[in-house]
Design a protein around this ligand. Sequence first.
Ligand SMILES: [Zn+2]
Length: 127
Amino acid sequence: MKVLTLNFLTCAVKTCKSSANSFPLHPKDAELVSDDVELNPQLLVNLLPRIDWNALRITSTELGFPQLPEQPPTAEELQSDEKMLKDLHTLLMETQINEGKLVCGNCGHEYAVREGIANFLLPSHLV
Ligand SMILES: [Zn+2]
């Protein structure tokens, strides 16, 4: 699963929906792989407003990537900043979590990721 996907996932446990701690999920023992994807600056510019920047900063640091700036770049800044474009492209589009776990910061539930696919099925007592 792409790092981008992690920016849109929260814990599936019902009581976690209202908790700010359930997002973003925290990768644990993550084995990363990198796909070669062609850089598409316009796609990144279009994505930017839909991304939860604070969550992405947390994810980026937890995966061992360089820390992102505190504020997201504006569309104009991003278009003219080749390094930022490349860094975001690598992080969001090319990096995949292949194996590992995603941990909820609220309930501690661990979702397994196997062969790039996260399993969000919950044991019956949590549904
Ligand atoms: Zn949870």
